[in-house]
Structure formats: structure tokens, C-alpha cells
Design a binder for this molecule. Sequence first.
Ligand code: SAM
Ligand code: SF4
Length: 342
Amino acid sequence: MSMSPPSPSSQTGFPMVDPFGRSIDYVRVSVTDRCDLRCTYCMAERQIFLPRAELLSIEELDRLCSVFIGLGTRRLRLTGGEPLIRKGFMDLVAALARHLRSGALDELTLTTNGTHLAEHAEALARHGVRRINVSLDTLDPDTYRRVTRGGDLSRALTGIEAARAAGMAVKINVVALKADNAADLPALVAWAHGEGHEMTLIETMPMGETGIDRTDQFLSLTEMRRDLEARWTLTPLAKRTGGPSRYVRVEETGGTLGFITPMTHTFCETCNRVRVTCTGRLYLCLGQNDHEDLRPVLRAGDDAAVARAIRAAVSRKPKSHDFRIGAGLAPAVARPMSMTGG
Ligand code: SAM
Ligand code: SF4
């Protein structure tokens, strides 16, 4: 597969700045809406996936990412759906690695459920992926099977081990779920830190219909943090990634723990990111519906026009999201996380 760099006219190298003065230098790109799991907070049991023709091709994804890099994007996260099941995914990683080598890109990362990581960890590391986020909500095989609707915990654990063996730093993402893992979270934190991994706890966000009531799943991390503070000493860290995470060091384990609390705090003032769906829609905010459809411009073949469309969209990035969870409330946004990419 031959992939060309973006045309010089789209390359400025300076980050885009939105109307609120925020530099936009981080892009998350969903490469597929499909997944081999069906986590209860993310997808419906009989999730309907997009026709393949609607997805951007691997070449189109490479062109689009490269245009973003030309517009000053320094960090790129590939996600999904499950990125490692997208056909040609490793070709995309291999192609994007040229931007790491040239110094145009600081970081190429991915978020994965880990089930196919064992096969790909070495190649990812070889292409320059140094950090990887793996989603794992429990260490109990039965709970894992129930939450993921059929997943095999041992595959995810083998994948995490392979990533470590390949030299990548692993961050474990955990969605806090009232009924499924609330009681096990301290043990999960202790396990991750014992293995040398960072961990981030995430509140469930109301995205897409999953067939399950969000009010029943939602666990406030403010309460969870109080529980953890009764057990351990949590020292706030200055570390910021421009995203919603706030970090602490757990003194007793020596590990880092992040909290993503979109429902209880706002984190929008320092937002540095935009997201692209697997069909090429650019969303300026995870929790808002305004978007720009980049696929027609991309398919017209003019990268300079793609760059102009991105700039125009960023110039209307909203100030903040509008998430609420409550009995009977519809999801704030109809698209599931698997389309926009977490
Ligand atoms: N399949 C990969 C995985 O699970 O890591 C990547 C895509 S997944 C959509 C990205 C992240 O979004 C995961 O950490 C997942 O736990 C999280 N996620 C999915 N649906 C969510 C929701 N409704 N609220 C909060 N986090 C969610
Ligand atoms: Fe798949 Fe990730 Fe969604 Fe779970 S959270 S269903 S692994 S895309």
C-alpha cells in the first residue's frame, strides 16, 4: 500500500486554536465501530454495525491523520470499536509511524480491549507505540464475561502481559459500575499498581442506547474516591493531559490513579482535543452533536480542502459538554462511544 504525505498547502505545523483560546493538538480517531465484545455500558447486545462502505478506508484514515498532523496535531490516539480487529490496522500504524520518525508527531497510541493484543504487541512497539490503554473492568472471569457479554478475561490479561513484555507502558481503563465492580475497585487498583500499570477510573457517560438503564449503572467517582481515601493516602498530582483525567498518587501502592468524572465535574476549560468517527465525522466535543462530515471532502481527493474544513470546524468548537444522567433521560448524544471513540 502506498501512502503519500499531505500536500504542503495543508501543512503549517502550528496547532489550531479554538474560539476559547484552547490549542487543539490531540486527535482521537475511531477506525471501526465493530468490536469482538459487547460491554453493557457501550453497546447493545445485538448492536447494528455500519455497512463497511461507510467506513473510511485505511488509506483515507492515513490521509486524514496526516492532514491533522500537518495542522499541528502532536498526539494521535487510534480507537474504536476495537481497533485491533480492523482489517489493515497494522498497515495504518506502520504508515503513521513515519510522522513519529520525522518528529512531526510526539505520540501515537491506542485504546484497546486487549483481546488481540498478544498477536500485535511486538509490532506496535516496533512501529513506535510506547503507551497503550487497555480497558479492563474486573479481574473476576464471571463478571468479565457478564460485563463484556461473553468475553474471556484470560485473553485480555495475556494481551496486557504481551504489551509489557514488548516494552510498552500500559494504562488500565476501568469503567466504574455500581452493580458490577464497585466493591472490587480497590483490589483492581492494587493489582494494577502491583503490576506497574497506571489506572484510570471512568464514570459511565450517557452515549447511545445500550438497552440498559444508565441510572442503574452509574457510580459516582466522588463517592468512590471517598471510599479509597478511607483506605489509602491519595496525593493529588499536577499531571494534566488536557483531558478530563485528574491524577493522584496512591502512597501505599506507589502507583498513579486517574479519575475521569465527566458527570460530576467539568474539565472543558483545558480541552485540547477533537474526535473523528470511523466514517470521517469530526466531532468537536464528545458530548455535543455538532460535527463536520469530512468524508466527502476526503473522497474528493484534495487534502488542502480537508485542512480548510478541519480549521473551519475547530473555529466553532463549543465551550463545554452537556452530559446529564437521570431517570428517564435520553442519552445526551445518540451515537455510542464505539463510534466516536473513547
Ligand atoms: N474497544 C476499545 C476499548 O474498550 O478499550 C476501545 C474503544 S472503547 C469505546 C474506549 C473506552 O471507552 C473504553 O475504555 C471503554 O471502557 C470506554 N467506554 C465505552 N462506553 C462508555 C460509556 N458509556 N461511558 C464511559 N466510558 C465508556
Ligand atoms: Fe468493545 Fe470497547 Fe465498547 Fe467494550 S468498550 S464494547 S471493548 S468498543
